[in-house]
Design a binder for this molecule. Structure first.
Ligand code: 5GP
Length: 134
């Protein structure tokens, strides 16, 4: 049974795509801590613990996340892009990339933003545009 994130990467479940290549997929978190909060996943490996990944998949995921973070930083006003790996909810390795203006922006206990479909689409489009320039 594929994970929900595999189904997202396959296009079976809709997502606000931010970037993609053969191996990795990036999309907006549906319950964001901040505008531009993005999840980055390997497409073909579902293992739910990042430190179980083979080195090539792990390093490739990190390199892809770095590029996506550069695009987020260019598209979303923020001091820097924070990184977190939790995996408490979805059993498919993913890296959270969260635009930060303060330490509190990476507090997963805080109330999530409620964005409209138009807002999600606009943010994803602006990050995609920056990603294409890299
Ligand atoms: P974690 O597994 O890292 O603890 O949390 C999973 C993250 O995935 C949460 O931030 C949650 O909002 C996000 N998430 C869960 N299901 C979906 C989904 O169907 N679509 C999207 N875009 N994000 C999801």
């Amino acid at each position: 049974m594929p994970t929900i994130f595999t189904r997202i990467a396959n296009g079976e479940i809709p997502s606000y795509k931010v970037a993609e290549n053969e191996e990795y997929y990036a999309f907006l978190d549906i319950n964001p801590l901040a505008k531009g909060h993005t999840l980055v996943i390997p497409k073909h490996v579902e293992d739910d613990y990042i430190f179980h990944l083979d080195d090539d998949v792990y390093l490739g995921l990190c390199a892809f996340a770095k590029k996506v973070a550069q695009a987020i930083k260019a598209a979303v006003p923020c001091k820097r892009v924070g990184v977190a790996v939790l995996g408490m909810e979805v059993p498919h390795t993913h890296i959270h990339l969260v635009p930060l203006n303060s330490e509190a922006d990476l507090d997963f206990r805080k109330e999530k933003l409620a964005l409209s479909a138009d807002e999600f689409a606009a943010i994803a489009a602006s990050i995609r545009e920056e990603y294409e320039k890299l």
